[in-house]
Design a protein around this ligand. Structure first.
Ligand code: ADP
Length: 633
């Protein structure tokens, strides 16, 4: 500031303090004064520029300034000054061209005319502009939503919102700009974060809150907002920058994780995590500690082998091998856990591996299946019991069916012979019309009567068996005269007798009454006598003996007939059984079976002794206690 030093200190101060370059040239356009900023801009020392032509720093290349100012006449220069000059090229000492804005003003001093040039360094401005562009582009391409609110205007309107903010919220620039950002709140205004944010804005402080915000389509999202205040040089709050992040996914994941952690900790089922290599437990949940009795501290020194002593380490590692190979694979097995107190319980174990960095962790979910086992066992027992019952019912049903079909086959066979002899006799009776053929008529009539008895016997047996099979309790106890029943039985039996056969019947039963089921007594004696007749040859005797004591009535039927072969004796009371020696004689094989069943039901006994070709004795003992009889009251 050579020329002006003595004239104005104020000017000097001003020139040195402004941020722009100041340069003074005389009428000849030689530099007479420069400020420090100009020297810095063009990289000269003061003495290197003073006295030098203006073209030293403003080359001829600047055609406009050259033609209209440097090469112009003074009057024209004046005109030019009024218009000002825009961007030009400046030349530094080292020959580098720099963009500058330069404007000239003229003034007079001590009758001399001077020009004051104000020089603006455009390279700096451009850089700032570029920086700003970079920043704006960066802000626009940021994944976070960014808004800037102007706090100097009423209600702090948003003056900038980047693309991500549009994307996150679904609102367009037009809908966002000039509004307070509270429009993201909808009606959901009672949130702690909002209060916190309001207070931070009020105090001009930064804050970070998470709010429930709403997109244009009404969908809620968790917005994590970082608010930073911007203040001017005087410390006045001018703007707030808000960086916004849609963290809904993160929150949901966190919630899920929290839930998982809760499940892990609170589950009654046992959950263990152990290292796939060292087998050491890394963590166990509450259920595991409760069920086993070990503390977490205990567990940290243990491995699954301590809980499942049935495994050797080798076996256990073999078991783990497949899940260690491929993470995410699962295996299940049943085992037994040993508690701290030594007791054991059955468990179902589910194992799965997870890779955490280099570490392979195995999670084990363990179910105590004691109840399930007991229930299953109970169920199995019930099922097998039911199956057994069903099988036996089916068997019974089958037996009954067999029995019926066998019986039908047998009955039709057994009925054939008596029916045909009845038919023959009836036909013949019709032919004997004269009185001298009375004998023959009687013989045939006897045959008919005996045939009918025989059939009645079979039918009685059948009905009796039916009664037995049904299990109907049809016994009826009455007082009855023994001789009356025996006479009836003998009367019928006599009709069946073969030639020369005779039944010796008891004489000691007159006036003897017993209390029993009369029908069963009749059925029993009829059957036994019929057998004795059937299985004895002609001209043999049959005895019927009766012994009555206070509590029993005993009946013996003695014959002198074919007897029963030794090997058949044990089967004689079985249904349909017929001994090998009598197969040519008619019969059904159910008579003795029926007798035995009835007599056993009544608390009595039937036995026999027999010798082949000598004869048989069948003995029936029946209880006749007073208590049995309903009629006696
Ligand atoms: P059925 O006489 O109709 O064949 P039962 O059940 O009355 O049937 O008798 C079964 C079997 O016992 C007879 O087939 C016979 O082999 C044998 N049996 C029964 N009573 C006598 C008897 N008094 N003498 C020899 N065998 C007999």
């Amino acid at each position: 500031m050579h020329v002006f030093k003595k004239n104005s200190n104020i000017f000097h101060l001003l020139a040195e303090s402004v941020a722009e370059g100041i340069l003074v040239v005389n009428q000849e356009l030689n530099i007479v004064s420069v400020n420090r900023h100009t020297l810095t801009l063009f990289n000269y020392k003061e003495e290197e520029l003073l006295g030098k032509p203006l073209t030293q720093i403003l080359p001829e290349k600047n055609e406009q300034v050259y033609k209209t100012f440097i090469a112009a006449k003074p009057v024209e220069r004046q005109h030019f000054i009024n218009n000002g000059i825009q961007t030009q090229v400046g030349l530094t000492k080292s020959g580098i061209e720099i963009p500058i804005d330069i404007s000239f003003n003229s003034f007079n001093l001590s009758d001399r005319h001077y020009f004051l040039a104000l020089i603006f360094d455009l390279s700096e401005k451009r850089k700032r502009l570029t920086d700003l562009q970079i920043n704006t582009t960066a802000m626009d391409s940021a994944l976070n939503g960014i808004t800037i609110s102007d706090t100097l205007k009423e209600d702090n309107p948003i003056i900038y919102a980047n693309k991500s903010f549009e994307k996150i919220t679904g609102y367009s620039q037009k809908e966002i700009l000039h509004r307070n950002c509270r429009f993201l709140q909808n009606d959901d205004t009672h949130q702690l974060g909002i209060e916190e944010m309001r207070s931070a804005i009020h105090k001009g402080q930064s804050c970070r809150v998470v709010l429930r915000n709403y997109k244009k389509n009404g969908q809620m999202f968790w917005n994590e907002i970082s608010l930073s205040p911007i203040k001017n040089e005087d410390g006045v709050l001018t703007h707030f920058v808000a960086i916004q992040n849609d963290i809904t996914k993160r929150i949901i994941t966190e919630q899920r994780n929290r839930q998982l952690i809760r499940i892990f900790n609170e589950s009654d089922n046992e959950i263990y995590v152990f290292d796939g290599q060292t087998l050491r437990y890394k963590n166990v949940n509450f259920g595991a500690r409760k069920n086993t009795g070990y503390s977490l501290k205990n567990f940290m020194k243990m491995s699954p082998l301590d809980l499942e002593p049935a495994f050797t380490e080798r076996q256990f590692r073999n078991l783990l091998a497949p899940i260690l190979k491929s993470a995410g694979k699962k295996i299940e097995y049943e085992s037994s856990h040993q508690r701290k107190n030594g007791s054991t319980y059955p468990v179902e174990v589910h194992l799965q591996s997870t890779k955490v960095g280099e570490q392979c962790l195995i999670s084990a979910v363990v179910f105590d299946v004691t109840d399930k086992k007991e229930y299953t066992q109970k169920l199995e027992k019930t099922v097998s019991e039911r199956t057994r019952q069903l099988k036996s019912a089916l068997l019974k049903e089958k037996e009954l069916n067999d029995l019926k079909s066998k019986f039908l086959a047998m009955v039709s066979h057994e009925f054939k012979t008596p029916l045909s002899s009845i038919l023959t006799s009836a036909t013949l009776v019709g032919k004997y019309t004269n009185s001298d053929t009375q004998n023959k008529r009687e013989k045939h009539l006897n045959t008919i009567v005996s045939g009918v008895h025989h059939l009645t016997g079979i039918l009685n047996d059948f009905l009796s068996m039916e009664r037995l099979e049904k299990g109907d309790d049809l016994y009826k106890f009455t007082d009855f005269s023994l001789s009356k029943v025996i006479n009836e039985v003998l009367y019928n039996a006599n009709m069946m007798l073969k030639t020369g056969q005779r039944i010796n019947y008891p004489m000691n039963i007159e006036d003897v009454s017993i209390c029993q089921d009369e029908k069963i007594v009749e059925l029993t004696l009829t059957n036994l006598l019929n057998n004795a007749i059937k299985y004895s040859p002609e001209r043999t005797e049959i005895d019927l003996l009766v012994t009555v004591t206070k509590h029993t009535a005993t009946f013996d039927v003695v014959d002198r007939g074919l007897g029963i072969p030794e090997e058949d004796k044990k089967h004689i009371f079985e249904r349909y059984f017929r001994a090998a020696n009598i197969l040519t004689t008619q019969g059904t094989g159910i008579g003795l079976y029926i007798i035995k069943s009835h007599i056993q039901h009544l608390g009595g006994q039937v036995t026999f002794i027999s010798k082949q070709n000598k004869g048989s004795t069948f003995t029936v003992v029946l209880p006749i206690e007073e208590a049995f009889c309903e009629d006696r009251g």
